[in-house]
Design a protein around this ligand. Sequence first.
Ligand code: XIL
Length: 316
Amino acid sequence: NSPLRLAADKAGFLLGTAVEDDLVGRDTQYEEVVGREYNIVTTENAFKFRWTEPEKGKFSFKRAEKVVSLAEKNGQKVRGHTLIWHLSLPSWLSEGNFTKEEISSIFNDHIDNVVGGFKGRIYAWDVVNEVVDDDGKLRNSIWRKNLGDEYIARAFERARAADPDAKLFLNENSIETWNDKAKATYDLIKSLKAKGVPIDGIGFQTHVDKSFESKVSEFKEVMQRFASLGLEINITEMDVDVGDNPKEADFLTQARIYSKVLDSCLSINTCKALVVWGANDKNSWLRDDSGRKAYPLLLNDDYNPKPAYNDIIRRL
Ligand code: XIL
């Protein structure tokens, strides 16, 4: 294993990457790097609804199985991402015309089959993803429109029943500062917990850029607030965007942001994982989105360590 993975293992800390199933079984260098550098992986796309049920009633775990088996071979834990999201739905579902009752069964079957199908193999599920809007209201997704606000509690309950040993997370973006969305997410989880809904953790996606350096101390306070609700904290999708044409100084800023976020996490005893959203810069989602260049991760295009990589080792 690499110095990074050895340091994480030694610290008893989970340091991970998102893994793109398309590359597994096709790119041996990618597989090798993922295996040696990280001790936990997140399925970047493989568990999204459009891939697990591409045709109505026909479940397919081909993609997910590739990522989960590779992780098992490498002795890595797996974060299952994600059960209930408003995006990445198959067209039969997003464009279909279903009654509330039909949506209800589709929802139940999805969770039961996916979680049940991987029972005992998943460290944590992102049960719901991005359910709060920036203004603090619940997002008006296909799920909420048909099932009402209770769909969130129901998703956790069904996931718990399907795999009692997996930790169940609510995953959210842009709540790294104490904004309206973060406050609403905090209130939501507090009320779910009060009702006995089985929620174990909060995932902070942490897609940030250079301007985040001045906000890391606020992020630490936000993590502390959520931890005080009795939650495990995971940083689930971190990347630090330094623009299209970064200079050496930008990579040093990037390294400081990664290290400060890691330090904040390590200072909270229920913060157990930091997962970055791609094994190296070349495989960042910020590239395939727009065709633009992006350099947000720990390893460069040739899988060589960047300043952030070495800084993380020093902090672990
Ligand atoms: C992204 C993947 O990285 C892309 O490959 C895919 O095309 C779209 O989804 N927040 C999330 C992730 O919770 O699921 C998203 O992943 C990135 C933003």
